[in-house]
Design a protein around this ligand. Structure first.
Ligand code: GLN
Length: 259
């Protein structure tokens, strides 16, 4: 090799290396270089059957995770999920860290001031939860009680709405399992939780709790984005949801979790 060819070879090497570096930089927003955006979706971390850690695989699984995967496949978009907890997910959407969230999140007017919601995909509501051996048989029995609540939830809102009426003392928890734990150990006498979620915990996780009475605030879960932003992601979600409902896939996913 003479000097000139060496110089050309070196120049080519530099060109190839910088091209590779640029490809690497683009990886985050466009993982496979096809120009598609990769959405960041936040979720709860311990809210079975909607999202929970599967110990064996080390992956987050659940109905929300399955619905999101089916919708994304149907609409051909890419995403990554961060299972950080419910309140952190709402904050992440509001600060723009997340493009959207799916977390068994109830659509309600107060939230519509700061979020845009998809069409509803599952109906649920809060119910009173006490220790399996508790003598509490109605909300009125909560008079003067210490109750547990999960930060930012509609159940926490409901608990606050009856706080003065029953003279409640409320202690807040960041996730559902810690809230259940407080009721099971007697640190709190009750909490409110989404009916399907506490039902799942009692039936499948052997949680020694029971529900009292009926659902107090029925509503629908929706996928959410920050108000006025990510409209295209919301449209993709709605279109995908409609398609998987039509194709029967949505019903199959519900059946997988016993609904
Ligand atoms: N559905 C309830 C809410 O929207 C609880 C959600 C959750 O804890 N992940 O507030």
């Amino acid at each position: 090799m003479n000097r000139k060819t060496l110089r050309i070879a070196a120049l080519l090497l530099v060109l190839v290396m910088s091209a590779l570096m640029f490809a690497g930089c683009g990886q985050k927003a466009d993982s496979n270089g096809d120009g598609a955006k990769k959405y960041t979706i936040y979720s709860d971390k311990a809210f079975p059957p909607f999202e929970y850690l599967d110990e064996e695989s080390g992956e987050y699984v659940g109905l929300d995770m399955d619905i999101l995967a089916a919708v994304a496949k149907d609409q051909g978009f890419e995403y990554e999920v961060k299972n950080e907890g419910f309140d952190p997910a709402m904050t992440a959407v509001q600060t723009g860290q997340a493009d959207g969230m799916i977390a068994g999140m109830t659509i309600k007017p107060e939230r519509e001031e700061t979020f845009d919601f998809s069409d509803g995909y599952f109906e649920d509501g809060s119910i009173l939860v006490v220790a399996a051996d508790s003598s509490i048989s109605s909300e009125a029995d909560l008079q003067g009680a210490k109750v547990a609540a999960k930060t930012g939830t509609v159940s926490a809102d409901y608990t606050e709405s009856i706080k003065d009426k029953y003279g409640l003392t409320i202690t807040y928890f960041e996730d559902s399992p810690s809230m259940y734990q407080a009721v099971m150990t007697g640190a709190a006498v009750a909490c409110f939780e989404d009916f399907s979620v506490i039902g799942w915990a009692i039936k499948n996780d052997g949680t020694s709790l029971k529900t009292v009475g009926d659902v107090v605030n029925p509503g629908y879960y929706g996928f959410a984005v920050k108000k006025g932003e990510n409209a295209e992601l919301l449209e993709l979600f709605n279109a995908g949801l409609a398609n998987i409902k039509k194709s029967g896939e949505y019903d199959k996913l519900l059946a997988k979790y016993g609904y």
